[in-house]
Design a protein around this ligand. Structure first.
Ligand code: AMP
Ligand code: ZN
Length: 470
């Protein structure tokens, strides 16, 4: 597998630190509002990366944080007259609902910054002790950027260029810095803000330290993949490297992966610019799977422009896949129970295997989901032309499993739960009653199971058979 590494600006062969295992950290959202579909892009992309690793047999330890202490959260809490944690807990819960709708699996761990303050205090102290950080008079702790020789290696920036840009950016209160490049690790509280005690002042952490600390705690000093949107390369990830590598004395992440922006009218979708749609907006208009399919229709390093036309195209594309699977399911339900493949079917399955190989090849090449989806479409075409009422059940089931597996790597659910009509359910119940009367208990049980598979539970009562959907 080859992954484009922002650090080296090259595609590199993936070699895990521990064979068979992937340790992966993805920077998560700041929780002060419903997430927008730009925030959903990294969630969907890296969930797909995780799923593909698992498809290739790796165990994935996937950590993704919630930033739950931040100026914007505090501002919202003040506006609503509630504590900051009321805001962050509310939007973590809402974010998890959106993730579930988009079939983004929960991370192995979702740490929250406010729960990890002790670890942050420890790392900041270590950085002070080793000369990489210093406390200013007012208790603010700064990272001494020039003490870290490799600063700039991820964003490919040169310190002197940065310095030039920063001089004009000096804001009040920052005059205690030794150097304009230095960034905040800990800052004094302001009136009405949440704070924690520390050796330097009562206050709260800067943004960057949480990820260094949580990544170390849940994954170890060295990890395989660190990921997020490309706006995080500088300064967030650059600063994480400076903190982690100075504190741990080891390289931090081997591969740095960054998704390009989701744009609207060719401008980055963002809360601050006001040009955004929330995930909630979009999934009230489209099946959430359409949004997921749309996101994966482009390579994750290419900018993607959101538009109604492209969503329609995604909807139609997804529909083609779902229709093929639905037809396959129909044929399976009608097929005889033969467990034998014909010679012809054996050959056809060998031919079909090429589409999985093509899918894997695309994903092996830096997770090229656009090409991987093309391979799924080819399989769809193959299924449509090479199945019919004569096909054996085993053959159809093998094709079903093949397409289900590829779709599952993309996080797409192809077996739509078909809602049965009440009348159909009742007809089947009558049939079951007739079978029982005729003492054909095998048939009666088969009908009960068939209904169960469709989410209908039967209950035999004195008043007759009752049923409910589960
Ligand atoms: P934030 O809550 O702004 O820290 O963002 C959470 C994640 O969403 C980060 O990985 C960002 O890089 C990513 N992100 C924010 N806006 C966009 C966008 N328009 N397109 C793609 N990714 C984005
Ligand atoms: Zn981070």
């Amino acid at each position: 597998m080859r992954i484009y590494n922002t650090l080296t600006k090259r595609k590199e062969e993936f070699v895990p630190i521990t064979p068979g295992e992937v340790k992966m950290y993805v920077c998560g959202p700041t929780v002060y509002n419903l997430i927008h579909i730009g925030n959903a892009r990294p969630m969907i992309v890296f969930d797909t990366v995780r799923r593909y690793f698992e498809h290739r047999g790796y165990r994935v330890n996937y950590v993704s944080n919630f930033t739950d202490v931040d100026d914007k959260i505090i501002k919202k809490a003040i506006e609503e007259g509630v504590d900051a944690d009321v805001i962050s807990e509310r939007y973590i819960a809402e974010c998890k609902k959106d993730m579930e709708a988009l079939n983004v699996r929960p991370a192995t761990v979702h740490p929250q910054a406010t729960q990890e303050i002790c670890g942050m205090l420890d790392m900041i102290q270590e950085l002070i002790d080793s000369g990489h950080a210093y406390a200013a008079e007012d208790g603010t702790v700064y990272y001494r950027v020039r003490s870290f020789r490799d600063y700039g290696k991820l964003s490919h920036k040169n310190l002197d260029d940065l310095e030039g840009g920063k001089r004009s950016l000096l804001v009040s209160g920052e005059d205690q810095k030794e150097d304009p490049l230095d960034f905040v690790l800990w800052k004094p509280k302001k009136e009405g803000e949440p704070y924690w005690e520390s050796p330097w002042c009562n206050g709260r952490p800067g943004w960057h330290i949480e990820c260094s600390v949580m990544s170390k705690k849940y994954l170890g000093d060295e990890i395989d993949i660190h990921a997020g949107g490309e706006d995080l390369i500088f300064p967030h990830h650059e600063n994480e490297i400076a903190q982690s590598e100075a504190a741990n004395g080891k390289p931090f992440a081997r591969y740095w992966m960054h998704n390009a922006f989701l744009n609207i009218d060719n401008r980055k979708m963002s809360k601050s610019a006001g040009n955004f749609f929330t995930v909630r907006d979009i999934i009230s208009k489209y099946d959430p799977q359409v949004l997921r399919f749309f996101m994966l229709s482009a390579h994750y390093r290419s900018p993607l422009n959101f538009s109604a036309e492209l969503m329609e195209a995604a909807k139609n594309g997804l529909e083609r896949i779902l229709t093929a699977v639905s037809n396959l399911n129909f044929l399976i339900s009608k097929a005889d129970g033969s467990q034998e493949l014909t010679e012809e079917e054996k050959k056809l399955l060998e031919e079909a295997a090429a589409y999985t190989a093509r899918f894997d090849e695309a994903m092996d090449d830096d997770f090229n989901t656009a090409d991987a989806i093309s391979a799924i479409f080819e399989l769809v075409k193959f299924i449509n032309t090479n199945t019919n009422g004569e096909s054996s059940g085993v053959y159809l089931a093998a094709l079903h499993e093949q397409i289900r597996e590829l779709a599952d790597v993309c996080g797409l659910i192809v077996d739509q739960k078909e809602e049965m009509l009440d009348a159909d359910i009742e007809k089947m119940i009558e049939e079951r009653q007739a079978a029982r009367k005729a003492k054909d208990f095998a048939r009666a049980d088969a009908i009960r199971n068939e209904l169960l598979e469709k989410g209908i539970v039967l209950e035999d009562t004195r008043e007759g058979v009752k049923w409910k959907r589960v």
